[in-house]
Design a protein around this ligand. Sequence first.
Ligand code: DGP
Length: 148
Amino acid sequence: MSIRGDYDPNNIFAQILRGDMACCKVYEDKHVLAFMDVFPQAPGHTLVIPKEAGRNLLDTSDEVLAKAIPRLKKIALGVEKAFSPDGIIITQFNGEPAGQSVFHLHFHIIPRFDGQHFDRHGKGEPADKDVLHAQAQSIANAITKLDI
Ligand code: DGP
């Protein structure tokens, strides 16, 4: 599969955006949606997606990115406040050989703790929905308390 290509309106994240598929929502506004990754590489693994349709970073307009990146930072600050990690990975993959498996642009926010086990990308186990809901709620609460 090429790094370029048509946007598939039935990809999982498009279905989540339409409300056709459930997610554990963390944050939503006019420009982005954030929700828990169901195959987390570590507890608190959150995904941020622009609402605008686009396969990846390379075919997304500067205007969409200019809205998405400050929101990505805000949600990462919420993850930091909720989880108090030692570090946070923010990552994003473009094209299947690069590790992308869902072809709607998304950013991963992954809390990291010194010495804590960390699953490789794409190797996370499905998480318990109740745990994800509780994590989403605690990140959402943290975001509302940010001084920004
Ligand atoms: P990537 O491999 O970078 O395209 O990341 C896709 C991520 O999406 C991956 O970490 C697993 C996650 N994922 C796959 N299916 C679903 C789903 O139905 N719901 C949620 N919340 N996450 C999903």
